[in-house]
Design a binder for this molecule. Structure first.
Ligand SMILES: Cc1ncc(COP(=O)(O)O)c(C=O)c1O
Length: 406
């Protein structure tokens, strides 16, 4: 039987025309296929061995033998499928264990897992807010938070607003104007993934406390990364236990498979379990993923040396890049963006780097503001000095070819 095709018509014409336009604009995303696990070096179809400097595998746990073994044991014990929604057909004990360990890691009373952090983010405000509440979001927050706000507004009729990036004077004004609201919720990324910068949590907490507002952090790029024990943004600032709500992903430092969670008080987490639509109308995390994430959390707790290694690697890479004449955005995280201006320049640089055996993605508008296209490097604890030096040599060669450095 031949595959079905969409009949010629307005939809088919629209998507075909737009795809052609993406190609003409040089913004079409070419998929690159990997033939080996996520690691410091991978085998990429058509390119051979490549150093990956663009993955969220911050702690090198994606192919860690114990994380993989835990996933296999999880499938052996609980099977391949969850087969329905948790409250309908039963919750695996591994989910309860995972949720307790995640809450302990980030320093909250409880947590509720979701199949992705995207889902956790969409679930949170749309479930806990009502019509006389307001949610205010940092201008540079992740796309999932932007969509979560749209959804919350449509579902709950709450008010939504945006404050300037890290502009807490603006937030202060907006919270003062919202003094009649029942719940005031303020959301920020812990680490801004396109900038590699860290939220000023003490300042954010001070403004929110002044107005009786709750703080929600999305710590997807901070869990396993920030703080001496990898416990996230709160630990980085010595403020564990002070953040009201935390969402984060299992798809980055914590094994990198998939999954996310919302963490906070036991009552809020229970309420999410009772009422969140992405909990009530979709299957739970596969048990194999829950098991490997649980092992990843155990490793983070037992081996803080990995987090220290990540920090050392990031500082080394950033420092050497500056010595080569590049001007990465300043920061203290393993995300090291180099601004190039036009989208086509960022894509060109990433293509040339790939020819040199280094995989770094170029990002352009609309992911980042117009004129601020960049290549974004992400360092991992799994990178050896040799990996980083080889990548830096490639940066030097490509930088000279593009006349970015001398
Ligand atoms: C800040 C932030 N929040 C949420 C997500 C979504 O995470 P997940 O892949 O678990 O849906 C991401 C992933 O890119 C992210 O960077």
């Amino acid at each position: 039987m031949s595959p079905s095709t969409t009949p010629a018509g307005p939809l088919q014409r629209r998507v075909t025309d737009q795809l052609a336009q993406f190609r003409r604009d040089g913004v079409y995303k070419q998929m690159l296929y990997l033939e080996s696990p996520q690691a410091a070096r991978v085998r990429m179809e058509g390119h051979g061995e490549v150093i990956i400097l663009s993955s969220n595998n911050y702690l090198g746990l994606s192919d860690h033998p114990a994380v993989m073994a835990a996933g296999k044991a999880g499938i052996d014990r609980f099977g391949a499928g969850t087969a329905s929604v948790r409250f309908i057909c039963g919750t695996f004990t591994i989910h309860r264990e995972l949720e307790a360990s995640l809450a302990a890691l980030v320093g909250t009373e409880a947590s509720t897992s979701f199949v992705s952090c995207w889902n956790a983010n969409e679930a949170l405000p749309a479930t806990i807010l009502t019509a006389n509440d307001i949610i205010l979001s940092d201008q540079l927050n992740h796309a999932s938070i932007i969509d979560a706000m749209r959804l919350a507004k449509a579902i709950t009729k709450c008010e939504t607003g945006v404050f300037g990036h890290g502009d807490y004077a603006d937030l202060d004004r907006k919270l003062a104007a919202a003094s009649d609201k029942d719940v005031k919720l303020v959301v920020s990324d812990g680490v801004f993934s396109m900038e590699g910068s860290i939220v000023d949590l003490p300042a954010l907490l001070a403004v929110c406390r002044k107005h009786g507002a709750l703080v929600w952090l999305d710590d997807s790029h901070a869990t396993g990364v920030l703080g001496p024990g990898g416990r996230g943004t709160a630990e980085h600032f010595g403020l564990v236990g002070e953040v009201d709500l935390i969402t984060s992903t299992l798809g980055k430092a914590l094994g990198g498979a998939a999954g996310g969670f919302a963490a906070g008080s036991a009552a809020v987490c229970d309420f999410l379990m009772q009422r969140a639509r992405p909990q009530l109308f979709t299957n739970a995390l596969p048990a194999t993923v829950a098991a490997s994430a649980l092992e990843a959390v155990r490793i983070v707790r037992a081996e803080p040396g990995r987090v220290a290694q990540l920090r050392d690697n990031a500082a080394y890479f950033r420092g050497r890049l500056v010595e080569l004449g590049f001007r990465p955005l300043p920061g203290d995280t393993p995300i090291v963006p180099v601004i190039l201006g036009e989208t086509a320049a960022a894509i060109r640089m990433s293509e040339l780097l790939l020819e040199q055996g280094v995989f770094v993605t170029g990002f352009g508008y609309p992911v980042v503001p117009q004129g601020e296209a960049r290549v974004r490097c992400q360092v991992s604890a799994a990178h050896t000095r040799d990996d980083l030096d080889q990548a830096l040599d490639a940066f030097a060669r490509v930088g000279r070819e593009l006349k970015l450095v001398q």
